[in-house]
Design a protein around this ligand. Structure first.
Ligand SMILES: Cc1cc2nc3c(=O)[nH]c(=O)nc-3n(C[C@H](O)[C@H](O)[C@H](O)COP(=O)(O)O)c2cc1C
Length: 190
């Protein structure tokens, strides 16, 4: 069982990274092979809507997204993590998701499996935000659910923490990191 963690936060060691690391540890505790990608370290050009992917389901932009496609294809579980930036996902996460258009083309234009095969895949979404606002996560949730649906990843669970702002503030939450570890365990055992 391979688990791919994708962090969309620009803040290394911040709240998103801390939660994602616990999820990955939880998955590894059950024997899963875990790999984490930090989008902020990668060069991912935003989708250019050139429709070149309609030909063969392959994006013609040869940047680090090519590695992300390959890792997603190898993964049985995908954990996408992003703080809220202006009520949505970070630009890093959204750029990666928009490049999923090539996977959309595989499915809806070419009628092929989005990630190379049809094995059942599951996804977990992690989000944190500084505000304590009703519906804080709704825009991010809508986007991530749409992304997982397009790439045929079952939306298995999420971890959503409002009111978490300063770097490392998630450590003060009574049980967020424990919840994350358990979610990682459940993701690979359920
Ligand atoms: C550009 C930017 C925009 C933000 N917009 C929001 C927002 O709309 N709502 C919110 O609750 N928090 C917002 N935040 C706060 C972050 O979500 C919060 O600090 C979070 O804990 C950061 O997580 P990280 O440490 O994983 O990067 C914003 C932060 C930045 C830098």
């Amino acid at each position: 069982m391979r688990v791919l963690g994708i962090s969309g936060s620009p803040r290394r060691g911040g709240n998103t990274d801390l939660l994602l690391a616990e999820v990955m540890k939880g998955a590894e505790s059950q024997g899963a092979e875990a790999k984490t990608i930090i989008l902020n370290d990668l060069k991912i050009t935003p989708c250019q809507h050139c429709d070149a992917c309609f030909e063969a389901g392959v994006c013609k932009i040869k940047d680090d997204m090519q590695m992300v496609y390959a890792e997603m294809e190898k993964a049985d579980r995908i954990v996408l993590a992003s703080p809220v930036h202006f009520l949505g996902l970070t630009a890093q996460a959204k750029a990666m998701i928009d490049r999923g258009q090539a996977l959309w083309a595989r499915k809806y234009i070419l009628k092929k499996p989005t990630l190379g095969d049809s094995r059942p895949r599951k996804g977990l979404f992690i989000a944190v935000g500084g505000m304590k606002l009703a519906h804080l996560f709704e825009p991010s949730l809508a986007t991530v659910k749409a992304f997982f649906k397009v790439i045929d990843v079952e939306y298995a669970a999420d971890l959503l923490f409002p009111g978490v702002d300063e770097k490392g503030a998630i450590k003060k939450h009574p049980d967020a990191l424990k919840q994350a570890f358990t979610a990682g365990q459940n993701l690979v055992t359920e």
